[in-house]
Design a protein around this ligand. Structure first.
Ligand code: NAG
Ligand code: NAG
Ligand code: NAG
Length: 209
């Protein structure tokens, strides 16, 4: 009996950990990707979060479980950004930067960047992992996308931050008194986003991975 309980506890812990850790990655259970603690996008055929950004109903969180949005914060995805949990010695501070943890809930102020084509992933081991298309970063891109659009302050298409594969682009638009944006994936007939023409093209630009 005790063994069974122990096993159940282990299974639950694994499940919870698994659904929590996921951010910016397509869940096979829900077919969506949580892109912030309360936002999600549908997944393209090649498992890239894309298109309209949906917001979970009030007081619910995005989860990799089949229900997509949950009121159970313990299974919320995208909750490991800037988190010092006492186990992993660093915390991601943006999709591509990290800082060391001084103690539980105590993050150092110096931030280190990952290399080009890498994202920061909150896991035991290296903070920076290769992800040419920008998927699986532990921190949300939403602040970055909005910052990009505020910086551009114009309606149009721009390269997606840190997406070396050039499969995605950001569409910026005016939202009330400020600027915001969504991410999109180029269609399969023209899969690459060309930064020079701001359109999707069939031939991979030389600057793309
Ligand atoms: C996202 O997926 C849902 C469920 O499959 C679908 O109803 C909706 O139209 C999709 N949205 C977009 C923008 O493709
Ligand atoms: C959700 O919260 C917003 C802002 O507080 C409010 O305007 C909206 O009516 C709420 N929606 C629901 C369904 O409760
Ligand atoms: C996106 O990047 C991940 C991580 O490197 C990789 O596993 C996946 O195959 C890539 N997907 C596409 C469509 O390039």
């Amino acid at each position: 009996m005790q063994r069974q309980l122990l096993f159940l506890g282990f299974l639950l812990a694994t499940l919870v950990k698994f659904s929590q850790a996921e951010c910016n990655i397509c869940s096979s259970e829900s077919n969506v990707a949580c892109v912030s603690k309360n936002k999600y996008q549908n997944c393209s055929a090649n498992a890239i979060p894309t298109g309209t950004v949906y917001t979970c109903p009030n007081n619910t969180f995005c989860t990799g479980l089949p229900e997509k949005c949950t009121s159970n914060e313990a299974v919320a995805s995208c909750n490991e950004c800037r988190k010092c949990d006492g186990i992993i010695p660093f915390a991601c501070t943006s999709p591509t930067t990290f800082a060391l943890c001084n103690a539980v809930n105590e993050i150092a102020s110096t931030e280190y960047p990952c290399s080009t084509g890498e994202v920061c992933l909150s896991q035991i081991g290296n903070p920076c992992v290769a992800s040419p298309n920008g998927t699986s970063a532990s921190c949300s891109y939403y602040a970055l996308i909005d910052d990009l659009c505020i910086q551009k302050s114009s309606t149009g298409r721009f390269p997606y931050p840190n997406d070396l594969s050039c499969l995605k682009y950001v569409h910026c638009f005016r939202k009330g008194s400020t600027w915001s944006g969504n991410s999109w994936q180029c269609p399969s007939s023209k899969p690459f986003f060309s930064a020079s023409t701001s359109t999707c093209v069939a031939t991979k630009p030389a600057t793309c991975a």
